[in-house]
Design a protein around this ligand. Structure first.
Ligand SMILES: NC(=O)c1ccc[n+]([C@@H]2O[C@H](COP(=O)([O-])OP(=O)(O)OC[C@H]3O[C@@H](n4cnc5c(N)ncnc54)[C@H](OP(=O)(O)O)[C@@H]3O)[C@@H](O)[C@H]2O)c1
Length: 261
């Protein structure tokens, strides 16, 4: 598995990351088919398989139901061998999302993530945007709160996971990492990837398979991997076969494309 720098954070991440929405949440999601949450044995098997494939990046969030708690309880191997990315600002309870980007809420969320993930540091915490007012000043106090927590050693990198090009460009100078959507049906955030690469920021791609709706997953992954500046492509799966195929697809993308790296 190819490893890439997460911008200027000093953290090295696998080109394929594992998204863990499906570890903890099966309501209010946009996947093609419904599914049952995996049992503990299945989660451990997927995490073990990821580790063997060379995947070190796990993406989770308080908004992914029991995902954080399950990773905290079931993570195999040594904590420091994994890069755990979580989020703050969105919560999901009783089937509904709620948002709070006040500095106090961000700080409380990070403390809760530390407890749930059973760790004394988080590798990155991203603001989990609701997409509202991203181009204004709404998220700046929350970004400052994350920077303060980073200064206390509770996290190694700050970030923003948004829904608009304008929002990502607005937050670019305030965080270390941006999470962007990029797939064959939604390529407009390529402009963010270019700007973030120029600024030395880490770039995580979400929804590279359009939540499972792309026609050719291997091709979509190769395209995202070839985008200059991309650090890791976070793909969600509960399937051992798909995890293996996705690792093969990003490996096949090496040197094939348009000069990443
Ligand atoms: N920050 C945010 O706001 C945000 C939003 C959305 C997502 N995310 C992160 O990004 C991750 C990925 O996003 P996502 O889950 O929405 O979308 P995605 O990675 O584009 O797609 C995941 C879906 O694709 C299927 N899949 C995976 N590999 C496949 C393959 N080789 N062939 C066919 N189907 C395949 C999976 O089903 P199987 O289980 O059957 O493989 C799953 O239903 C999430 O887990 C989360 O960590 C972040």
């Amino acid at each position: 598995m190819e490893m890439r720098p997460l911008g200027s954070t000093g953290i090295a991440v696998s080109l394929l990351g594992l998204g863990t929405v499906k570890f903890g949440r099966n309501e209010g999601v946009k996947y093609p088919r419904g599914f049952d949450l995996p049992d503990d044995k299945a989660v451990v098997a997927l995490l073990e398989q990821a580790r063997v494939l060379g995947i070190n990046l796990l993406d989770t969030a308080p908004a992914y139901g029991s995902s954080e708690e399950r990773i905290g309880a079931l993570l195999p191997g040594r904590r420091e061998d994994w890069v755990i990315v979580t989020k703050a600002g969105e919560d999901f309870q009783a089937g509904r999302s709620s948002f709070d980007f006040s500095p106090a809420a961000i700080r409380a969320s990070v403390e809760r993530s530390l407890r749930r993930l059973r760790t004394d540091y988080l590798d990155a915490v991203l603001l989990h945007s609701d997409g509202i007012g991203e181009d204004g000043d709404r998220f700046l106090p929350a970004a400052e709160a994350l920077a303060g927590l980073k200064g206390q050693g509770k996290l190694r990198a700050t970030g923003f996971s948004g829904k608009t090009v304008a929002g990502a460009l607005k937050l670019l100078s305030c965080v270390d990492v941006l999470m962007v959507t990029y797939n064959p049906g939604q390529r407009d955030e390529a402009a963010v990837v270019a700007a973030a690469a120029q600024a030395g920021k880490g770039i995580l791609v979400k929804k590279a398979l359009a939540s499972g709706h792309v026609a050719d997953p291997a091709r979509a992954l190769a395209e995202a991997a070839a985008l200059p500046g991309v650090s890791s492509i976070v793909v969600g799966t509960l399937s051992a076969d798909n995890l293996r195929r996705n690792a093969e697809a990003v490996a096949g993308a090496d040197g094939r494309g348009e000069g990443h790296g």
